[in-house]
Design a protein around this ligand. Sequence first.
Ligand code: ZN
Length: 271
Amino acid sequence: MIIDCHAHLSTYDDDALIPYARSNSLSYSLAELLENMRRFEVTDALLLSPPRVDGSIVPNEHTIRLCELSNWRLKPVLTVEPSKEHVESCIKLAKSKKQVRAFKIRLGYVKVSPIDPVFLPLYEYALSSGLPVLFHTGDTATKRASLKHAHPLNLDELASSFDKLKIVVCHFGNPWIVDAAELVYKHNNVYADLSGLFSGYTRFSKKYIETLVSQLNRAIYYIGSVDRILFGTDYPVEDHERAIQLVKSLDLDENELKLVFYENAKGLFAL
Ligand SMILES: [Zn+2]
């Protein structure tokens, strides 16, 4: 059994992930996502709003509607933008929809620091409700986004000052995998997901995946355990088959695979 901690979907024509879907020959639809989940024994997936071509987000209400249409096999994650109004509306939405399992902050896409005071009420609510906060880190899907803001080390100070807040470093900070590993090693409240680490095909894809596997193994050896490492596809950025294959290629025994694919997420997101 598998839990996918990071998937996207929308029916918007200006969804910025459509080119990724094309490069993976995916139709990027609810029917396809649910069918792939069934095929690969993915019991639950956390659904996040995709970015739009103009840099804004698909509204959280749309994400919630898709989750509802899936009979809640997809669980909503609310994307929180850096304004007082949006923070307040997301807290309100989370309170009214018990299916909401986490929040997400886009850092590089909105060029904001995770310790910006605008997010304080969100962190207080996340702490009191036990909901984790996911942070996009590493390479961004749109060209206008800021890599400096998307660097995983930006989360160090937040992890120290809110040491009970559950923080997820999305995409293992790729390509700053070593930096993300240090955060997970240093802070007991920091997790990293393995989603969205590759997409499409190039002449070097095979070599790149080999390099990725060795980088991730080194990160795991450095951290010394997989207790806070999570599986994710970042659908449609990765297809299910290759996402699962990547994790199976890591230097992990049966029990560790179970933790990464299922148990860690089950505990963290109370699924
Ligand atoms: Zn994503």
